[in-house]
Design a protein. Structure first.
Length: 500
């Protein structure tokens, strides 16, 4: 008899369950939409087959202007994807993050048809970062005029350019030299303010100096808001990627202060030097790249926000600003790991957002690059009932500590990058296990080394800020990569290494 009643009631239970599930799904969609943009937004690939696009900008011809790191400047038609090459630079020194990088178009191209480029080149076995102005004429770039050159290295070139009130702002990197950013007389690790002919504006903070602000490591994004506030995104070292609100004469701390001044040494330095804190910092790092200010009502919920793309995190972040622009009040994540590494971003007059991938650059993730890489993706308001672009709150995929802190250099499989970052798999240091490996993790390293007949000269930061159990996880993850078995590293070994 029990089975008889159960057979009668079962369809009703299933129907009730279906109704509850449907209601829950509707509630989930509604809350998801409310938590995000509240508008239907979609994506569309408008161009493919590019080779490491570094900068993208909306041009006066209603095309997307693109720099590719090996020296190519082109336009891309956002409607057809057709590419037109305007200039090929033949003196670009391309290596890792060096090459043709930043580009800025004069805001009034009719009166001043100038395009400003920043690229790395070699002269007498030394490397320099060059700022040069070209004239745009008949879809070509002519009449190069070198405005300024600063020291460069195989990385940390910074290299973003932006305009405000007729002045050109140039973000320079510290050229892998930790002394430059705090030396006012050296133009590296700074934001420089120049006239469009390369001369120094008479109203700069210090007469005869191009320096507007200082204390930067490696700025990767720079943008002005509609009311003239200047924001930058910057790569940290092992910790503390940053977004800063930059004001003239201020010092942003690198290398003495990383992120917020929260350690005793940082607080002491900040008190004596008056260091400006970032608006936001990320640890683990996300490798923030290009950044634009969104002031359109096309995607109304994005109005008054910073749109930031990232390389390591492989996503687009919406950083909502306060009404006065002095703080970030919320963060949302989009495109999480959908297109790979993202480096460039620009916004059309219609309020569409364009981002570019960087999957053919020096650091590769498993499965990249895809045959269609690199790409430019359009983000736009859609008529679809459900959009393909939804915000993702919080981490979308669980990652190991090794992936967070080590994989961007040594690669996810531990093979490193030949001649750039040494391998962990099969290295003599790792084979020793125990104290030598832990000390390397704690202390970092600098200077040239030779491993398996290959020379390396990359800096490794100290990871002493990590907890013992976190170092234990990383060390044993590295040991698990090896072909031979090694004794497990425990926290007693790590405590011993800290005390020696």
């Amino acid at each position: 008899m029990k089975f008889f009643y159960l057979s009668i009631l079962l369809p009703f239970f299933l129907l009730a369950s279906y109704i509850l599930d449907a209601e829950a799904e509707i509630d989930s969609i509604a809350s998801h939409k409310q938590a995000g943009t509240g508008e239907n937004i979609d994506t569309q690939v408008v161009a493919s087959g590019l080779d490491i696009p570094w900068e993208i900008a909306w041009g006066p011809d209603n095309k997307i202007w693109v720099t590719e790191q090996k020296g190519l400047i082109s336009t891309v038609d956002p409607q057809t994807g057709a590419k037109h090459v305007m200039l090929q630079l033949n003196d670009v020194w391309f290596y890792r993050t060096a090459g043709l990088l930043a580009m800025a178009l004069h805001p009034d191209m009719k009166a001043n048809p100038y395009v400003f480029l920043n690229y790395t080149f070699e002269k007498d076995a030394k490397r320099f970062s060059r700022l040069v102005r070209y004239t745009w004429k008949k879809d070509t770039l002519i009449n190069p005029r070198v405005l300024m050159e600063v020291a460069a290295n195989n990385g940390h070139s910074g290299a973003r350019l932006s305009f405000s009130k007729g002045k050109l702002y140039w973000a320079t990197g510290d050229a892998n030299n930790n002394t430059y950013a705090q030396d006012f007389n050296i133009p590296n690790g700074k934001i420089l303010r120049l006239n469009i002919d390369g001369s120094i504006p008479a109203d700069n903070p210090v007469k005869g100096s191009p320096v507007w602000a200082m204390g930067f490591r490696n700025i990767q994004g720079m943008t002005f808001s509609k009311n003239g506030k200047l924001y930058t995104s910057e790569h940290g070292d092992a910790t503390d990627d940053e977004v800063n609100l930059v004001e003239k004469t201020k010092n942003y701390g690198w290398p003495a202060v990383r992120g917020f001044a929260d350690s005793p040494k940082e607080k002491e330095f900040s008190a004596s030097t008056s260091i400006a804190d970032p608006l936001k910092s990320w640890t683990p790092t996300i490798a923030p790249a290009g950044m634009s200010y969104y002031s359109s009502n096309t995607i109304s919920k994005w109005n008054n926000s910073l749109l930031l793309v990232s390389l390591k995190a492989k996503n687009l972040r919406l950083l909502k600003l306060s009404a006065d622009g002095n703080s970030i009040i919320s963060e949302e994540v989009f495109l999480d790991n959908q297109f790979g590494r993202l480096r460039g971003i620009c916004i059309s007059p219609a309020g569409d957002v364009y981002v570019s991938t960087s999957n053919r650059d020096w650091t590769r993730t498993p499965g990249s690059p895809l045959p269609e890489d690199d790409r430019i993706i359009r983000i736009f308001k859609s008529d679809k009932v459900m959009s393909s672009l939804q915000p993702q709150q919080g981490p979308q995929a669980k990652t190991t500590l090794y992936q967070q802190y080590c994989a961007s250099c040594h690669q996810e499989n531990g093979t490193g990058l030949k001649g750039v970052f040494p391998p962990l798999k099969g290295s003599a240091l790792v084979k020793t296990a125990g104290l030598p490996l832990i000390k390397k993790i704690l202390n970092g390293s600098a200077g040239p080394v030779e491993i398996n007949g290959v020379k390396y000269d990359a800096q490794m930061p100290s990871f002493a800020f990590l907890k013992d159990d976190e170092i234990e996880q990383i060390a044993n993850y590295i040991l698990a990569m090896q072909a031979e078995r090694h004794p497990v590293i425990d926290q007693q070994i790590i405590a011993k290494a800290r005390n020696n």
